[in-house]
Design a protein around this ligand. Sequence first.
Ligand SMILES: Nc1ncnc2c1ncn2[C@@H]1O[C@H](COP(=O)(O)OP(=O)(O)OP(=O)(O)O)[C@@H](O)[C@H]1O
Length: 290
Amino acid sequence: MNVAAPMRTTGRRVTGWALKVAGLGRIYGDPGPGSLAGTGPGAGTSVSPLTGAVVAAWDVSFDVSPGEALGVVGESGSGKSTVMRCLAGDERPTGGSAYLREAGDGDLFALDDGERRRLRIDKIAVVYQDPAAGLNLGVSAGGNIAEPLIAAGGRHFGRIRDRAAELLERVEVPLDRMDDPVRTFSGGMRQRVQIAKALANRPPVLLLDEPTTGLDASVAAGVLDLLRGLLEELGVAAVVVSHDFTVIEMLTRRVLVMQHGRVVESGLTDQLLEDPQHPYSQRLVAAARG
Ligand SMILES: Nc1ncnc2c1ncn2[C@@H]1O[C@H](COP(=O)(O)OP(=O)(O)OP(=O)(O)O)[C@@H](O)[C@H]1O
């Protein structure tokens, strides 16, 4: 299937999409036709009463432009991480399609595993909640960042080291820690190294899955500040998944609210925070406002 090429405007920001997702769905268990009935927000569950399948995400559609960040917010079990895992290529969706401008007009979900892995080298980068998922903790900070650079064809030791140092400096990790194993770093520093590694090959798309959950509040605030600056500066198209509207508010321009595997509301983040329409969004916003 061909998708019309997005329009480019002058400057770093473009009006066309960098990533477009249409009708993404993921069902765990029997994906037969009966499995959708009786699931979703109206039914109050994502588990099919007929087949027992879990409709973790269904009919999720959005696009993200370069220089834009889109949030996906919802409570535990709402399906937001499933969406992220499908986009990252960590698992295969049951249905839908996705297009990456820089990868031509082919459906990402139709690629084989090897092709998906190649996209992860320099086109779609992921920052996971758990730094251990994105880093090798036994390897130095510099070595972790070198890994995607080498995978992308980097062979010159000096240039790889310079790029690693530049990235560590940008994420405010002291350069004298560059050769220390990441295992010896604090949680906040590990997350900064993970961010540096994700950005190593200047990917057009960055997926952030609960990037500050699990960090102490003051450490999380520092990492959020860093991410906000990077997203403004880099022109990357970002998708930010979080259960926390405070994170979404700080990092994103638009947001989707998910409940029981479905999108129940979407819009500009500040407007949705100001005047949420769906009762579930109202509950999430109230929780964020304390
Ligand atoms: N491998 C799996 N097998 C079966 N069900 C799964 C699997 N992974 C996720 N689920 C179910 O899919 C639904 C959505 O899970 P998902 O992890 O996407 O939610 P989430 O909103 O990201 O929550 P959390 O923040 O807790 O990860 C949940 O009901 C979950 O139990």
